[in-house]
Design a protein. Structure first.
Length: 186
């Protein structure tokens, strides 16, 4: 399956500051992490990839100046995976990673088309790498080898997706019955 990739333009709006989980009153998110979930036979799977040099990772990247975290998440998803028809549908909050002053913004994203079970994408990241994408069960531990940062981010995502406060979380309920039934491995 081939994907079109085009660099998204930077929005002129100010970045959102929804940092209820970040320490410090004036901190803004510096990294955007698109959270792409699919349901297969009633189980949740999250999109992850294998970096050829750095092990398993989540898609994430730097939020550009004046860019909204939701826009950055969609842009990073296109740049790193080739998925260019995604939409951020829910802000899952921010997290102080405790690593290189990174504040991650988690954005639940939906994709308009059915995605394959796995694929490879040639990215311009760090001079060009081939990333191997696949769906990993959300109930399982993050695959290894990986940097501890991604294990901690995985735990944060699971916490947010499985949270019991229906007013602020429960994003998996947003997946429509039609979307759930069409997300089968290809």
């Amino acid at each position: 399956m081939a994907f079109r990739v085009a660099k998204a333009s930077i929005t002129t709006a100010l970045m959102e500051a929804g940092l209820e989980d970040a320490r410090g009153p004036n901190l803004l998110a510096t990294k955007a992490c698109p959270v792409v979930v699919r349901m297969i036979d009633g189980l949740e799977y999250l999109l992850v990839f294998k970096h050829p040099l750095a092990g398993y990772q989540l898609v994430k990247g730097t939020i550009e100046w004046a860019e909204r975290p939701a826009h950055a998440a969609v842009r990073e998803l296109a740049e790193e995976s080739g998925i260019c028809n995604a939409q951020a549908v829910r802000d899952l909050g921010s997290w102080n990673a405790g690593y290189e002053q990174q504040i991650w913004s988690f954005q639940l994203c939906e994709v308009a088309e059915s995605l394959p079970h796995q694929w490879r994408f040639n990215t311009d990241d760090d001079g060009g790498h081939v990333f191997e994408f696949f769906w990993h069960p959300l109930s399982a531990d993050f695959p290894t080898p990986c940097h501890r940062l991604f294990q901690a981010a995985w735990a944060q995502i699971r916490k947010r997706l499985y949270a019991t406060n229906a007013d602020t979380h429960k994003p998996l309920q947003m997946l429509t019955a039609a979307h759930r039934s069409t997300q089968k491995p290809t």
